[in-house]
Design a protein. Structure first.
Length: 207
């Protein structure tokens, strides 16, 4: 049994209808939960200020790591949506109104990690992302609470070519941070993180 399906089920399909009656975001569809219905996964549809959809880990009602690409979507209030979740041994797929929305692949689980904070002295939002997968990871980021976001900032990336790469006495600078300017920051923006990398995004913001 893979990590996806959940206790007692290897493959299954869920079909349902959902309607948003109010609020700033959309809705959750849980899958792959344990016997206590606490730990597992969730498709967050209309999350991040009603701007995107992605699969996440979940513990109780607290969401965790994003485990799929984040795709743009906006959920309308009062409209019924036809939803389908297909869970297989190696992936879970979300369909909205008959169209494939996003896919969470089992090999990608627990390979992307996120942390964010605010540097008061510099006046910068600081976002740190680890992509431990061997393929690029594109996702959508939302700077909640930022009144103003400068388009220009910087990106610092520490990247390896192979998972086995490391600095040695013979090659002490095989893996070193590379800093570059970036001019497409916004309150909501997409970014592709390189394979096997640690990336720090720093952007001037006003809270």
């Amino acid at each position: 049994m893979s990590a996806l399906p959940g206790e007692g089920y290897e493959e299954y399909t869920m079909e349902l209808q959902a309607r948003k009656t109010g609020g700033a975001e959309g809705f959750f569809v849980f899958f792959g939960l344990d016997e206590a219905s606490r730990k597992g996964y969730v498709f967050n549809i209309g999350g991040w200020g009603n701007s995107g959809a992605a699969a996440q880990t979940v513990d109780g009602f607290s969401t965790g790591n994003i485990i799929s690409p984040t795709v743009p979507v906006t959920i309308e209030t009062g409209r019924w949506y036809d939803l389908k979740v297909e869970v297989r041994r190696d992936a879970a797929t979300l369909y909205v109104d008959g169209k494939e929305m996003c896919v969470a692949h089992a090999p990608s689980f627990a390979k992307q990690f996120f942390a964010a904070g605010y540097d008061e002295q510099a006046g910068e939002a600081v976002i740190k992302v680890v992509n431990a997968d061997t393929v690029p990871y594109k996702t959508r980021l939302v700077l909640d609470g930022a009144a103003k976001v400068n388009a220009s900032g910087k990106v610092i990336t520490l990247k390896a070519d192979k998972a086995t790469d490391e600095n040695t006495l013979d090659e002490p600078e095989k893996i070193v941070p590379v800093e570059k300017a970036y001019s497409k920051f916004a309150r909501k923006f997409s970014y592709t993180f390189e394979p096997l990398s640690v990336t720090v995004l720093r952007v001037k913001t006003t809270r």
